[in-house]
Design a protein around this ligand. Structure first.
Ligand SMILES: CC(C)(COP(=O)(O)OP(=O)(O)OC[C@H]1O[C@@H](n2cnc3c(N)ncnc32)[C@H](O)[C@@H]1OP(=O)(O)O)[C@@H](O)C(=O)NCCC(=O)NCCSC(=O)CC(=O)O
Length: 282
């Protein structure tokens, strides 16, 4: 059994993209590089891949966040903090763009059809370009801990919300689980999230440079669309899983589904508190 519309859309877009003159160059850089093509996630051997590393990283993040938010902190000169923020945001805009592009080119180059994009065959091993980008995505979530430090050093304690700390600690676990379990569809989630993060870190970069973009609400809307789109992906994954011979990493999808539902609630609440007409007029 096949899902209507999406498989045709995928093969049409793919045949258009791979015919473009720039595609082979991108493929050489982002897919066929020996380090990317030969990547293999080896639990405990690949740097940062052990469960102990993951547990310690998340524990340290939560403990340091708690301790630093309670004690009196050294105050950094405003220009120094702004420069560090600007560099951090610029780095994440660039990295998010490269990850989205790298994963997209890997999809067009390596994934034979829409069904495989949504549903990796059972016992898929986490190796090759798609998982290389998944691994970089996981490491980038650790780099994003810096957001919390910037909030603390900037003394914007009311921005150190439950949503922020919960999101930053859980998303590292989520991305680890995705790669470790060779989770089906994760590449679609990666491309969506990195695209959203290009916009989000561009927003933060502009704030750091003293420009308050008028499109803050659009960033939050974009984040919400991303969470809703995960449900569409989940529905297609469930369809392929139950009508075929099963998909890789289906259990870890259940964990991620619960996480996405919780984010949807928290972000809807953020949206209501920040952009409802009542708040605007207050
Ligand atoms: C529009 C949002 C992206 C951000 O909302 P905020 O309320 O945090 O935005 P804001 O207008 O207060 O942000 C401007 C302030 O952030 C400071 N700032 C600059 N760079 C920053 C960085 N990298 N991390 C955190 N803060 C930063 C600026 O100097 C400025 O400080 P000053 O005001 O002092 O000049 C929203 O949609 C959102 O995500 N809210 C949830 C809060 C959050 O932590 N989001 C990020 C991770 S969630 C995520 O990433 C979801 C996903 O995966 O898509």
């Amino acid at each position: 059994m096949e899902i209507p519309f999406f498989p045709t859309l995928f093969s049409t877009v793919r045949s258009l993209v791979v015919r473009q003159p720039f595609f082979p160059t991108l493929e050489d850089w982002l897919v066929n590089h020996p380090k990317i093509l030969g990547f293999s996630w080896n639990n405990g051997h690949t740097p940062a891949s052990s469960q102990r590393f993951l547990a310690l990283t998340v524990l340290c993040y939560i403990s340091f966040t708690f301790i630093l938010s309670q004690v009196s902190r050294p105050s950094l000169a405003r220009p120094v903090l702004k420069s560090i923020s600007a560099l951090h945001n610029l780095f994440l805009v660039t990295l998010s763009f490269i990850m989205a592009l790298g994963c997209l080119v890997s999809i067009f180059s390596q994934v034979p059809n829409f069904r495989t994009l949504v549903c990796f065959p059972k016992r898929t091993s986490p190796s090759g370009p798609l998982f290389f980008w998944g691994y970089i995505f996981y490491l980038s979530k650790i780099v994003e801990f810096m957001d919390t430090l910037l909030i603390i050093l900037g003394n914007s304690m009311k921005r150190l919300s439950f949503l922020h700390v919960y999101h930053h600690s859980m998303v590292v676990i989520m991305s680890y689980v995705c790669v470790n379990s060779a989770q089906s569809s994760f590449s679609m989630v990666l491309v969506t999230n990195c695209t959203v993060h290009v916009v989000m870190y561009a927003y933060y970069l502009m704030c750091t440079l003293g420009v308050r973009p008028k499109w803050k609400k659009m960033v939050t809307d974009f984040q919400l669309v991303q969470f809703w789109s995960s449900f569409l992906i989940m529905a297609m994954l469930a369809f392929y899983h139950f009508t075929g011979s099963g998909c890789s990493g289906i259990l870890s999808w259940c964990f991620n589904a619960a996480f996405i539902v919780s984010l949807l609630f928290l972000f809807s609440d953020f949206h209501a508190k920040n952009y409802s007409p009542k708040v605007k007029n207050a």
